[in-house]
Ligand binder design. Structure first.
Ligand code: MOS
Length: 746
């Protein structure tokens, strides 16, 4: 076991080069086994009975007809033995039940059925007769705070006290300002809607449960299940070998998993429970929507003097919180800052972490206000930002950053984008006008420095890499194999990977928070170095030389000499006798007095048809400081995917709740508009900025998944403003809104 922290990497030869994914063939050919593909000869299928009302009390559940239907093997309600389980453990605020008779949102779980076929299960679910008492509902978070509004919970509609932050004195700060801008913005409620729906296959072997599940972290799901079922951790095995996207919605354990486990226990047969697309819109999370007012003050030279944010938003029927304030408090140097965010309950599905929770919302507000300040001050928007780049995290007791590439992202991004020329170019005189915009961002979570990895080095020099981390579609397996290859000189196709299986792999943190690469790669590296050390010690003993004079090159042990010597693995006696060398690596702690976080600047060019209000994003450029670029292909994937999601935030995506019925009217992929190939620029550009951070961790990497989506929407809105003079404060930037705004200006 490597106890000493190895020196940080300098130049690398495998890491940083473009390599296809190690599991690309399986993913593309369809041979990869996702949780949805797992099947057993005696497997049953589950369907969930859901409340069709926004707010109702379950009076009576009559399962007698359903139980008599063909193929039905079990029906589960809140009254079934073992099914009265508390839900939302560990959260502050109101709790619920697996099947709560007080249904607080459309789609809340009421009962479940297991049958021989999916069709029989759905038929039977429809035949469960539920008598509801419909209750008055509220689906608008501003309405929810008004006196007399229907109460989602007995304690009222406020989710605790407002979330507050303060430093300095904003009153003094605004008094010192030469220019003040204040504006109110709204942010949309986005649905994660990953390609792979949420679901599980549950199978019991005696008192032990195995679950094939769609999630971002098998150990967290195992923890939840063990707690609910009161089982030892090691009696619950959770496996998630392939993942079709989660974006944060697959971090929490789902009721569907628990339902599959209970039905499987009741029937003594494996049970598969997968959500339909519609269910995935209603019940497994969203990005909480907000109304945010930001007031910002700056001196003539662009120095920020004060920032004040007031927010109101909703996590739905249960607590989640928004977190839009963080970016406002930490992206730019500013001595006087105050934020206050109020979260209210409404009758809608609970929010969940959603790719950079709170940060795209924060950027939508902060970066548009910065744009407006720049115009008022007559300072170029890139320049204004450059004048306020901090070197410390003001939010974290002024801890210095291990590295900050924010200024470089802005400068080198602007250069590569041709910012100056594009900004100076007249917008065009015809009905179709063009404009460019910039927005910056950072990600505020340093991750949990906790990972243990095992590497088994076989007698022929091939490797098994065993790690708990999930590859949620980002290429984690490929990156970690590249780290092994870098240290041990093993070709990628000679590395077999076991991962994301609580039965066989060591513990890992959830693949979320942009932490997967920077938390795990140092542990993988440490495990590889542990293998190398053992191999060299074996060779030293055999060759009777100092281990320090030996190195591992191309599957051979080489002694630098004198005398020079080579030892092939097949001649390494102890390796051949043992047949395996096992290396273990642990993640080292984060630096104590510093903090390592990623930074970003996005640039957008748009074209607006002032007759129709149509907006096209012509160009997007993402300049990112995420530390070392481990895999240029995976890195670009993240940047382009994040930008596409940003287009969705700005231009197409929004949950729409009908205030007359309380129901979501666009719970499907037809009416909920995800951006498609037609909405993204033909050639997005990725500009990696690597500050060669030797302090953040032994690999020098900081994380790209979430930063990639933070400032895109604001950059687009700023470009629309540059093109038209119209400031869009409320998504979506669509022809309807644009035409209205453009028309109003005539
Ligand atoms: Mo993320 S929202 O931590 O998957």
């Amino acid at each position: 076991m490597t106890e000493t922290r190895p020196a940080p990497w300098g130049e690398t030869t495998v890491v940083g080069t473009p390599r296809p994914r190690v599991d690309g063939y399986e993913r593309v050919s369809g041979s990869a086994v996702y949780a949805m593909d797992v099947t057993f000869p005696d497997m049953l299928h589950a369907a969930i009975v859901r409340c069709p009302h926004a707010h109702a009390r379950v009076k009576k559940v009559d399962t007698s007809k359903a139980e008599r239907m063909p193929g039905v093997r079990a029906v589960l309600t809140g009254e079934s033995p073992g099914a009265k389980l508390p839900w939302y453990f560990g959260e502050k605020g109101p709790t619920s039940l697996l099947f709560d008779p007080h249904c607080r949102y459309e789609g809340e779980e009421v009962a479940a059925v297991a049958a021989e076929t999916p069709q029989q299960a759905h038929e039977a679910a429809r035949a469960v007769a539920v008598e509801y008492e419909e209750l008055p509902f509220v689906v608008d978070y501003e309405e929810a705070l008004k006196p007399g509004a229907p109460a989602v919970h007995d304690g009222g509609n406020r989710n605790g006290e407002p979330d507050k932050y303060e430093r300095g004195d904003v009153v003094r700060g605004f008094a010192e300002a030469d220019v003040v801008v204040e504006r109110t913005f709204k942010t949309p409620c986005e649905i994660h809607t990953p390609l792979e729906p949420h679901g599980s296959v549950a199978k019991w072997d005696g008192d032990r449960l195995t679950v094939w599940d769609t999630n971002q972290g098998v150990f967290d799901i195992r923890g939840g299940l063990a707690q609910w079922l009161q089982l030892p951790l090691t009696s619950v095995r959770v496996i998630s070998k392939y993942m079709g996207g989660g974006f944060g919605s697959k971090i929490e354990p789902g009721k569907y998993t628990m339902i599959a486990a209970l039905l499987a226990r009741k029937t003594g047969r494996p049970v598969r429970c997968f959500l339909s697309r519609e269910e995935s819109f209603l019940c497994v999370g969203n990005r909480p929507p907000n109304t945010l007012t930001l007031k910002a003050g700056a001196k003539k030279d662009g120095t920020m003097t004060a920032l004040q944010l007031t927010g109101l938003g909703t996590s739905g029927a249960y607590p989640e919180g928004s977190g839009a304030g963080y970016l406002v408090t930490d992206l730019y140097s500013c001595p006087n800052v105050r934020t206050e965010e109020t979260d209210v309950f409404i009758n809608a599905g609970k929010g969940r972490a959603f790719r950079a929770p709170g940060f795209p919302q924060g950027a939508w507000v902060l970066e548009q206000v910065m744009d407006e300040l720049a115009v008022k001050l007559g300072i170029d928007p890139v320049e204004l930002r450059l004048r306020n780049v901090p070197t410390v995290s003001q939010r974290r007791n002024n801890k210095p950053y291990t590295s900050t590439g924010l200024a470089r992202c802005l400068k080198e991004g602007a250069e590569a984008f041709g910012w100056k020329a594009a900004r100076a170019t007249p917008r065009g005189r015809g009905p179709v006008v063009r404009g460019v915009g910039v927005a910056a961002g950072m990600w505020g979570w340093e991750g949990e420095a906790r990972s243990t990895v095992i590497i088994r080095y076989a007698a022929d020099g091939s490797v098994n890499l065993c790690m708990g981390a999930s590859d949620i579609g980002t290429g984690t397996k490929t990156v970690m194999a590249m780290v092994v290859s870098e240290e041990l000189g093993v070709a990628l196709d000679r590395i077999q990977i076991d991962h994301a299986d609580t039965g066989t792999t060591p513990s890992a943190v959830v693949s979320g928070g942009s932490q997967t690469t920077h938390v795990n790669s140092p542990a993988v590296r440490a495990a590889a170095l542990d293998v190398k050390r053992q191999l060299l010690e074996m060779a030293a003993e055999q060759l009777k030389v100092e281990a320090a004079s030996l190195s591992l090159k191309g599957g051979e042990i080489v002694a630098a000499g004198p005398p020079e010597a080579k030892l092939a693995l097949k001649d390494l006696a102890r390796l051949q006798e043992q047949q395996v060398v096992v290396g273990v690596g642990h993640r080292h702690p984060h630096p104590k007095d510093k903090i390592g976080l990623p930074f970003v600047a996005h640039f957008a060019e748009v074209e607006v048809d002032t007759r129709t209000g149509e907006v096209r994003v012509l160009r997007l450029l993402g300049a990112h400081d995420s530390g070392r670029v481990m895999s240029p292909l995976g890195y670009e994937n993240q940047v382009f995917g994040g930008m596409t999601m940003g287009i969705g935030f700005a231009m197409t995506e929004a949950r729409i709740l009908d205030r007359n019925t309380g129901r979501m009217v666009n719970a499907n992929w037809h009416d909920y508009k995800l951006p498609t190939a037609q909405d993204v620029p033909a050639k997005p550009v990725c500009v990696p900025i690597d500050p060669h951070d030797t302090e953040v961790n032994t690999v020098g990497v900081k994380g790209i998944g979430e930063p990639a989506t933070i400032p895109t929407a604001a950059a687009i809105a700023n470009a629309v403003h540059h093109a038209t003079g119209v400031r869009i404060t409320e998504p979506s930037i669509n022809p309807v809104q644009m035409a209205q705004k453009l028309w109003a200006r005539r």
